[in-house]
Design a protein around this ligand. Structure first.
Ligand SMILES: Cc1ncc(COP(=O)(O)OP(=O)(O)O)c(N)n1
Ligand code: 3NM
Ligand code: MG
Length: 247
């Protein structure tokens, strides 16, 4: 990873503001336990990072807090400082992980989760905070927040996807372009994003793509899948060096 900085190891101490690097959004893997089976999520994540994934979000909608924290610990331990590891929805799990000294970088929330201003207040200035949005009114709401509240936005769904049955109305590439044009912060495209979507999404202004099934689906090889996405994103093969500053 290239940009996240943090001067403190304990959640109770003052921290420097994260220098969030939008380049970390380029190939963002969001985990899914069911789709990864029979492999474990940490195994899939490790292979995906080896293949060049630049950011990871641990998402476990069906897990209780204790189980989710254990999963976060397993993933964060495997990833180390190579790329930022974010937590889906659960600010409490982020805080618990930080208290355990784990290298977790932030939280991603949606429109019906804990409000993003509260997430920023709870997690502090060093955390990476992501928000889902697709409507102009949602982007306008971000504009009204203090600068630095939201580091990036996940804009979706690009295409319909069975990974998230309750996803918003698909935008298509043209809809993504229009949303991106109105979005005031860096943005990643999510929802049914396949390898062939990467060039048009970059041309439409995406800072990167967020991918679940395209990387972890059991029929494929997560490392190979990541390299194929990278090639389509114009960066070729390569993975994080292990010398990152996360977090
Ligand atoms: C990068 C990214 N973008 C969007 C989402 C969706 O978040 P949300 O709308 O809160 O839905 P759930 O993922 O919580 O079901 C995301 N997770 N990541
Ligand atoms: C987690 C998530 N959020 C979405 C949104 O539109 O906000 S779509 C989605 C799932 C994306 O999975 P896949 O890459 O397998 O299509
Ligand atoms: Mg959510």
């Amino acid at each position: 990873m290239t940009g996240h900085q943090n001067t403190s190891e304990s959640s109770g101490e003052a921290r420097a503001r994260s220098v969030f690097d939008p380049a970390d959004l380029l190939l963002y893997h969001v985990t899914d336990g069911a789709l990864s089976a029979p492999r474990s999520v940490p195994d899939v994540v490790e292979a995906a990072v080896d293949g060049g994934v630049t950011m990871v979000q641990v998402r476990g909608k069906d897990l209780g807090g204790a189980e989710f924290l254990e999963l976060v610990q397993a993933v964060a331990t495997r990833v180390g400082s190579r790329v930022p590891v974010l937590i889906n929805d659960r600010v409490d799990v982020y805080l618990a992980a930080r208290e355990r000294g784990l290298a977790v970088a932030g939280v991603h929330v949606g429109q019906s989760d804990i409000p993003v201003s509260d997430v920023r207040a709870i997690c502090g200035p060093a955390a990476i905070v992501g928000l889902s949005a697709a409507q102009s009114t949602e982007f306008d709401a971000v504009r009204l927040l203090p600068e630095g509240t939201v580091d990036y936005i996940g804009i979706g769904a690009v295409h319909t996807t069975s990974t998230k049955p309750d996803h918003p109305e698909p935008l298509g590439i043209d809809g993504f372009r229009a949303a991106r044009a109105w979005c005031p912060v860096p943005a990643v495209a999510i929802g049914g994003v396949r390898v062939e979507d990467c060039p048009p999404l970059l041309a439409a202004g995406a800072d990167g793509v967020a991918v679940v099934s395209g990387i972890c689906a059991s029929s494929g090889d997560p490392r190979l899948a990541a390299t194929q996405y990278r090639e389509a994103l114009g960066v070729g093969s390569g993975s994080a060096s292990g010398e990152g500053t996360n977090p």
